[in-house]
Design a protein around this ligand. Sequence first.
Ligand code: XMP
Ligand code: MG
Length: 185
Amino acid sequence: MTTDKYADEIESVLLSEDAIQARIAEMAAAVGEKYADVEKEVVLIAVLKGAAIFVSDFARALPIPSEMEFMAVSSYGSSTSSSGVVRILKDLDRDIADRDVIIVEDIIDSGLTLSWLMRNLRTRNPRSIEIVTLLRKPDAVKADLDILEIGFDIPNEFVVGYGLDFAERYRDLPYIGRLHPRMYS
Ligand code: XMP
Ligand code: MG
């Protein structure tokens, strides 16, 4: 069902709004249980811009209090794949030493960006650091990342919506879909 403002640009829906929200509720419950006894709020770190929508829903679904931090990084590579060479455009506003940190990601593809980010954040001596991602693509298994919660394993195709963009469009879709091929050309 694509009766929405981008209807004629989206070929098909991969994950409906209901499916996404139901899965987030499950993930948040599991994470909440794991961190039920931490002393300070967990620190959710989302990487702009893609994870902004997911972290908003995830934080509100979490049964425990959390703080929200954002980072912006640029990866040297094409717009649809990353090289693993990363530059920080916007850093955290706070120190994460001795804090329980959860990196909240929209999608892990090659995992190169995230591997770099994990190494970078570990040097700041958090008490713990884990990864929660809404989506994971097949190549991510090569990255050898320990992931606490994965929302959905998806096929190796380009998807948009729910924070994910193509040329900055479609982040505002409540669902995740496949772009109509004619939108690429
Ligand atoms: P790596 O490969 O480092 O990169 O895990 C993850 C980043 O790649 C982008 N990406 C996508 N963006 N639809 C998008 O809109 C996709 O299907 C897709 N696959 C990868 C995204 O920026 C993500 O953070
Ligand atoms: Mg993007």
